[in-house]
Design a protein around this ligand. Structure first.
Ligand code: ADP
Length: 241
C-alpha cells in the first residue's frame, strides 16, 4: 500500500434494519490531503463518517487506518481521529472550561500539560480572547471554532467533519476554511469533510468523493475533475452502480 495513505476504506457495507445504506464503498485518503465528500441528502455520508469513527458498528468490509484494521474498540487508534459529528458543549462554561472538562474526562492529555495545550488550542482557533464568556453567548462561528478545538485535543492525524460550514456567515466560513488549511499545512492532518456548499468544496478539497445511492460514483482529484469539465451537480445526479 502507498505509505502516504492514511485511511483505506474497503468494500464497506452498512444498513439499518435490513435496508442497505452503504452498498459497497471503497476509497482512500492520503496524509495531508483534504477530501470533500459530496452526495444528495440521504446518500449515506453521515453513515460513512460514523462508521469510520466507530460510532456505527456492524458493518461489512474493512477500514484500514495507518495500515492496520480499525477496530471500533481500539481507543488508541480512535484517539488519532478527531471529529465534528454530533458536537455538544457545556453551555454555562467558558471555552477554556469546556476543553478542560473533556481533557479530564478522556485523560487524553496529562494533567500537567493540559493548561498549556488548552492555550495552544484556543490560540489556534482564534478564541484566546473569549475569556470569561460562556459558550451560551458565543456566535455560531465561535462555537464551530470551539468544536474544532475539541476535535484537535488529541492531535489527531485525521479529522472527520460533517457539514462544517452549515449555519456560518461568510466570514465564519472563511475563518474555518483558513483553519483547516492551516491544520493541513502545519500538522499534515488529513481531513474528510462533507458539504453541500460547493464553493467551499472547490476552495478546499484536494480530492473529491461522490457518494450516490450507497456507492461511490466518482472519486478523483479536484484538479482532474475540473479539467474533465464535469460538474458536481451532473456527477451527483448520476445513479450509483
Ligand atoms: P446523508 O448524511 O448523506 O444525508 P445519512 O447517512 O444520514 O445520509 O442517511 C442515509 C440513510 O440512512 C437515510 O435514508 C437515513 O434515513 C438512514 N439512516 C441514517 N441513520 C439511521 C439510523 N440510525 N437508523 C435508521 N436509519 C438511518
Amino acid at each position: 500500500m502507498n505509505e502516504n495513505v492514511i485511511l483505506d476504506v474497503r468494500r464497506l457495507q452498512k444498513g439499518y434494519r435490513k435496508s442497505p445504506v452503504l452498498k459497497d464503498v471503497s476509497f482512500q485518503i492520503k496524509q495531508g490531503h483534504i477530501l470533500g465528500l459530496i452526495g444528495k441528502n440521504g446518500a449515506g455520508k453521515t453513515t460513512l463518517m460514523k462508521s469510520i469513527l466507530g460510532l456505527n458498528t456492524n458493518y461489512q468490509g474493512e477500514i484500514i487506518f495507518h495500515g492496520k484494521k480499525l477496530m471500533p474498540s481500539d481507543e488508541t487508534m480512535k484517539a488519532e481521529i478527531g471529529s465534528l459529528v454530533d458536537v455538544s458543549f457545556y453551555d454555562d462554561m467558558t471555552a477554556y472550561q469546556n476543553l478542560k472538562v473533556i481533557m479530564m474526562l478522556t485523560k487524553a492529555v496529562p494533567a500537567a500539560e493540559q493548561d498549556e495545550r488548552i492555550r495552544e488550542l484556543l490560540s489556534f482557533v482564534g478564541l484566546e480572547s473569549s475569556g470569561k464568556k460562556s459558550v451560551r453567548s458565543f456566535s455560531f462561528g465561535m462555537k464551530q471554532r470551539l468544536a474544532l478545538a475539541q476535535a484537535m485535543i488529541t492531535k489527531p492525524v485525521l479529522l472527520i467533519l460533517d457539514e462544517p460550514f452549515v449555519g456560518l456567515d461568510p466570514i465564519g466560513i472563511e475563518d474555518v476554511k483558513e483553519l483547516l488549511r492551516k491544520l493541513c499545512r502545519e500538522n499534515k492532518t488529513s481531513i474528510i469533510f462533507s458539504s453541500h456548499q460547493l464553493t467551499e468544496v472547490c476552495d478546499l478539497a484536494d480530492d473529491i468523493v461522490i457518494l450516490n445511492n450507497g456507492v461511490i460514483s466518482y472519486a478523483d482529484t479536484y484538479e482532474n475533475m475540473k479539467s474533465s469539465g464535469l460538474s458536481f451537480v451532473e456527477l451527483m445526479r448520476q445513479e450509483g452502480n
